[in-house]
Write a protein that binds this ligand. Structure first.
Ligand code: HEM
Length: 145
């Protein structure tokens, strides 16, 4: 599966396309929560962990918030809006110094998890659509040169 990482140009926010509805239909809400949880667990062992909550309870809550967002953006119930308010993703990431390298790491940590979903039978079309969304929208979160 070709999970390509686009080169980011600082300050440029390319247009984002949401994942196709088939992604959530195939993976399911529980599957998305597991995916996000595994991604956060991988973050914990990476060199971007220092950006994230160091308190375990807060870290677990971060998983819930993020999964709420991903389910919502993938066409599911508006969990994030209900629990956290308007997404304002760029603003919510502003307190953290996210550079191109941090984005690269963040994305790389998703790759094995998406390969795992492929082995479990999720279609490549759905996975590539989800990846395309992450690949582009993650560029928007870069706020540090
Ligand atoms: C570019 C690399 C990224 C880094 C380094 C990063 C880092 C962070 C950090 C440090 C937090 C705060 C702790 C937490 O609540 O988890 C956070 C929150 C969050 N991030 Fe990211 N993030 C990145 C990209 C993204 C992308 C692309 C998305 C969505 C597609 C996203 C969605 C979220 C959500 C939904 C939250 C929770 C916000 C809240 O509830 O207040 N992040 N991120």
């Amino acid at each position: 599966m070709n999970l390509e990482i686009s080169q980011a140009q600082f300050g440029v926010r390319p247009p984002v396309i949401k994942p196709i509805p088939e992604f959530l239909l195939e993976v399911g809400e529980k599957g998305v929560r597991e995916l996000v949880s595994k991604h956060y667990d991988a973050i914990k062992k990476s060199d971007i962990y220092q950006l994230f909550p160091q308190d375990d309870t807060e870290f677990e809550q971060a998983k819930v918030n993020s999964a709420d967002f991903f389910i919502q953006i993938c066409g599911g119930p508006a969990y994030f809006n209900t629990n956290r308010g308007a997404p304002r993703m760029v603003g919510r990431h502003a307190p953290f110094r996210i550079d191109a390298k941090a984005r690269q790491t963040w994305l790389e940590l998703y790759k094995p998890l998406l390969e795992e979903l492929k082995e479990q039978g999720v279609t490549e079309t759905s996975l590539l659509s989800f990846w395309g969304y992450l690949n582009i929208f993650s560029i928007w979160m870069i706020n540090t040169q």
